[in-house]
Ligand binder design. Sequence first.
Ligand code: HEC
Length: 141
Amino acid sequence: MTRWLVPALLLMGLLSLAACRVDDPASSATPTPADPAALGQQTFAKWCAVCHGADGQGYVNALNAPALNAGGEAYKLTDQAILDAINDGGAASGGSTGGGSMAPLGNALTGAEKTAVLEYVHSLWSADELAAHESSGAHTP
Ligand code: HEC
């Protein structure tokens, strides 16, 4: 009669442990990005969207940060120029669009975040723009 009781109790214990995991607010509030695409999206939302717009559409505040998505001309930049802009801000572009007011983020972002956000910017472009970017030799991952 007690033969099934032990495994049954064990099973109930395991199930309640599993339930705790799912409900743990600390682990669900800050999910670890599973892949670079998720990291890039999160990095963009956290560090770039405030000036370049949630969709990279640009011109969302008085700094007039240019569009980084398919509506702009960011695909004409080399990957190195994009990374320079991330690292050195407006100083890198010399204010190519007039302001020179982009914040340098070289120390704020990790190397993985910079690579991931560069990939995320690529993902905002149309297939034609990405192809033009790649065939012009601007693509240097
Ligand atoms: C404080 C506002 C601000 C933030 C934050 C910001 N930018 Fe910018 N960004 C600008 C502005 C303004 C320009 C236009 C050039 C200038 O005035 O510095 C610019 C220009 C650029 C350019 C074009 C550089 C060139 O040579 O034409 C790229 C690429 C870029 N930003 C990417 C990013 C990425 C990626 C992030 C997030 C990691 C980011 N920016 C965060 C304001 C910002």
